[in-house]
Design a binder for this molecule. Structure first.
Ligand code: AMP
Length: 219
């Protein structure tokens, strides 16, 4: 199986699509946002600073991200590929990542750009709740994405929480930062012949079908 890199603005639904791929193809889902949220759960000064940066919507340093990610992909559950969600976010991260892959004897896989309009993304953000334990994502305002019992994770029964950076003000910064910093990335992967574009404005089922076609060798 190949690895997959998702490039998408916040709330494009890449977390949900990653879960769907994880369940069908048994590839681990690695979100650098989740790796960071786990890392900032401690009480150190560095953790507090990182948390503040994340809450303001700016990007965390490439060095910290690459260290966290390299450790994660060395795990044996990543031997047959994995899904990258939220990484790379800059051209520098993409280039450093390719060097790391070479060192570890791994291949890049396929890169999928998930397009979504800013309006749709904003609506998704305001209703988003997630499970701090198993990382499943729900939306309180979208019928098919609601948890069965309000506030409780369908998968593991933990209490759902709302991310502190899922508010309108931080969302604007996150969306605009993303669009600005990912533009060169898209070009980079296009030049490598690795980029596939799909849209997730309509439904996750439709977007998932497009992903399956890509994974099965179509476009
Ligand atoms: P996400 O869960 O992907 O929306 O990420 C939440 C926040 O974590 C972002 O707004 C950034 O502050 C930080 N972050 C996640 N992934 C990266 C990355 N690859 N590079 C820099 N910062 C990141």
């Amino acid at each position: 199986m190949k690895s997959i890199i998702f490039i998408a603005p916040p709330a494009a639904g890449k977390g949900t699509l990653s879960r769907m791929i994880e369940e069908k193809y048994h590839l681990p889902h690695i979100s650098t946002g989740d790796l960071l949220r786990d890392a900032v759960a401690s009480d150190t000064a560095q953790a507090k600073e990182l948390k503040q940066q994340m809450e303001s919507g700016v990007l965390i340093s490439d060095e910290i991200i690459l260290d966290l990610l390299t450790e994660r992909i060395k795990n044996s559950d990543c031997d047959n590929g994995y899904i990258l969600d939220g990484f790379p976010r800059t051209l520098k991260q993409a280039e450093d990542y390719e060097k790391i892959l070479k060192e570890l004897g791994k291949t890049l896989g396929e890169v999928i750009y998930v397009g979504v309009s800013k309006d749709v993304a904003m609506k998704r953000i305001t209703g988003r709740v997630s499970c701090p334990k198993c990382k499943a994502v729900y939306n309180e305002f979208i019928e098919e994405s609601k948890p069965k019992v309000p506030g409780v994770c369908d998968r593991c029964g933990s209490l759902l929480t709302k991310r502190s950076d899922d508010n309108e003000k931080t969302f604007q910064v996150r969306f605009d930062t993303y669009m600005k910093s990912t533009e060169p990335l898209i070009q980079h992967y296009e030049e490598l012949g690795k980029l596939h574009r799909i849209s997730n404005d309509v439904s996750k089922e439709l977007a998932f079908k497009e992903i399956e076609t890509i994974l099965n060798g179509g476009n």
